[in-house]
Design a protein around this ligand. Sequence first.
Ligand code: ZN
Length: 267
Amino acid sequence: MVRHNCSTPRKNTTCSVRVPPRTPYLAFLLAVRYSAQMIVAPTIDPEKCARDLQLELWDRQCSLWPGELVTPLDVCDPWVAAHYLDFTVKEGQLSSPTMRAGRELGGFINRIGGVIAVSEQLSPRSKRFTLAHEVGHVVMHPGIHHHREIAMDGMTEPYEPADPKERQANHFAGCFLVPAKQLRRAFNAAFGVESLKLTDDVAFELLGANFTSLMNSAYDSPAFSRVVARAPRFRGRHFQPLHDLFQVSVTTMAIRLRQTGLVRSVG
Ligand SMILES: [Zn+2]
């Protein structure tokens, strides 16, 4: 992959991500500044925020990965992002007195202490998503200081939280872990096409004799994108399933495949 030359920084790079300060006075100034931004520009673009952060990580690869050969997928590491944003990531058994029965505390942010905690009970991929989600809050929602998450089956299942900030953080996490540019590149290399539309032929390539189950799935069902997300072969090509390549759940990959238009069930 490309080796970044640290002596020649990329031109015209504007960094919209800033490392949060630790002193109360500077924290206050930052809160005022972001509050003003929220009034002027209330719409946050989670995908742009994720991309801006990754550009910063790429530009600072010499200090973040000293002496290592860095690839574009390395900047999809939420542990590196948390470290860059001056947060310590701690894993442990999390509990909360307000936790409802049958639910699990996935993670929380303590901005003042500079800590993001992630439950050790989550699967490795759910930890990645949870941490990326919390990094999204750090970048997009500076007003949140002590913030807790309740994760059910990880937060990778396709639930839509009522709180728009939660939806934005989920969207950020998906974009951070599976950047559109890298996904398109991997998709094209694996499937040999620009995009896939569900047809009898494509369904047969993916599922063989079971292809009718896909063709009979509900209108605009996510079933097709889920099959593509975990497919190990297509038209004689063998490859690493996309959800494994990006170390995310099948659900997260299926969502990104639809968001990027690489997979279309209908239309
Ligand atoms: Zn959240």
